[in-house]
Ligand binder design. Structure first.
Ligand SMILES: [Zn+2]
Length: 102
C-alpha cells in the first residue's frame, strides 16, 4: 500500500528577512519555500542546482513538486520552475532590529 503524504496548494508569502515574494507549500509532507519569481530558463535552473538549491515545478493545480534528477531528465511536469529561497537578506539582526529602533 502506498502511503499518501500531504501536499498542499502553494500560498503566497514574503520572507520575513529580505521581503522577497515567496511561495510555500507542503510537498509530500515536506515544507517547500521557493522564490515566487520563476526561473527564466534551463540555464538558470542549472545554476540554482550548482548553488545547492532545490528546484520545484509549480504545477497547474498549484502544487510545488520537487525536481529530483529523475524528474529533471524526464521533464514531463508542466508548469513554471522555481528555485528554493536562499536568503540574501541581512544575515544578522542588529541590536536596532531587535529593539525596533531605526
Ligand atoms: Zn529571504
Amino acid at each position: 500500500m502506498i502511503q499518501h503524504l500531504t501536499s498542499t496548494s502553494a500560498t503566497e508569502t514574503r520572507c520575513p528577512r529580505c521581503r522577497t515574494a515567496l511561495l510555500t507549500a507542503l510537498d509530500d509532507g515536506i515544507p517547500a519555500r521557493v522564490n515566487a519569481t520563476p526561473l527564466p530558463d534551463r540555464q538558470a535552473e542549472i545554476t540554482a542546482l550548482i548553488n545547492g538549491q532545490w528546484t520545484y515545478t509549480l504545477t497547474r493545480n498549484q502544487h510545488l513538486v520537487i525536481r529530483d534528477a529523475e524528474r529533471i531528465t524526464a521533464d514531463t511536469l508542466q508548469g513554471t520552475i522555481h528555485a528554493e529561497h536562499t536568503c540574501t537578506g541581512p544575515t544578522q539582526l542588529t541590536l536596532d532590529d531587535l529593539i525596533g529602533n531605526k
